[in-house]
Design a protein around this ligand. Sequence first.
Ligand code: NI
Length: 374
Amino acid sequence: MTDMKQLEERLKNAFYWFHEYPELSYEEYNTTAKIREILESYHIEILPYDLETGLVAVIRGEQDGPVQMLRCDIDALPIVEQTALSYRSKTEGKMHACGHDMHIVAGLGCAVLLQENRDKLRGTVKVVFQPAEESSLGALKILETDIMENVDFVWGFHADPTNAAGVIGIREGYVTAAVDRFVITVKGIGCHGAHPDDGIDPILVSAAIVQALQSIVSRNVNAFHPSLLSVTRICAGTTWNVIPPEAVMEGTVRTMEREDRVLYEKKVKEIAEKTAQAYGAEAVVQWIAGPPATYNDKKMADLCEQKAKEMGFEVVLEESSMGGDDFAFYEEKIPGCYVKVGTGVGHPIHHPAFAVNPEVLLPTAKYLTEILLG
Ligand code: NI
């Protein structure tokens, strides 16, 4: 039997290491090597997938049952850390500011505990250490393989600095939004700033498009469906007295319902193209689809709640977010559930002073284990 004190010590030390040496999306080579080293030290089987970064551990139960998957994302962010932690990032400009270091370690702890409880485990658990969540598309690396082929359920979790340690946020239904990106290129005709009548001003057209795009949420989408559109970048021109020939803008659309996602894509294209046309310009819209919305299966959410209560966690309603998670790609195939683990109230995720209370590591590992044991 694993000594819990010893395991907790190891998990904390591993957490400090991962926090000190963060790696960005698709570059998680040392992170992957460290995960492998720890799993091997506990004699946990690693599946022979040829992933560039990330890996999959498997725990085979001694009883018949389903194949479950636990997703732990492993990448960090290009942020200069501003904490006073003794284990703050030693890699300038990179930081585990989304708690994925905690996800790795809780996943490792869970693998160790499941391995030890194989007699009670029905079926198989794949613990997937997934790369590049912050790119929104890392899950696709897993989906390119057959890792998920026989998986029946997928579980995910996220560090939550809006809640104290010991609090679990759970909600059935939608919890994160679908993430789409658009790029609009407005083609006008450049000319002298003093002779706008000689050209077609793409900046004026862009301004009209930005305004009109905001009418989608208020005039076209069902008022009971959460959604938003943000234009986040506009680029045009090089100086003060020349009207440029072109303007480029981009932004993001966030939706929960599939029908709204389709609607936005159609309306963004229509508004951009036709507004530009009305001004004598041309707009070309590029639509880049990201992950769909994350949707928590009711039965799975109920189990998460039951286990949390049995273990003495406080259960609160998980806040839904217009942020996204590529976890949703897995849920396009099979039922899933994604819970929020309170990591101590503090700075939000992606903030340079975000920090996870290390006291949550072992309890989170135990909680995930209980869920997977069913
Ligand atoms: Ni995250």
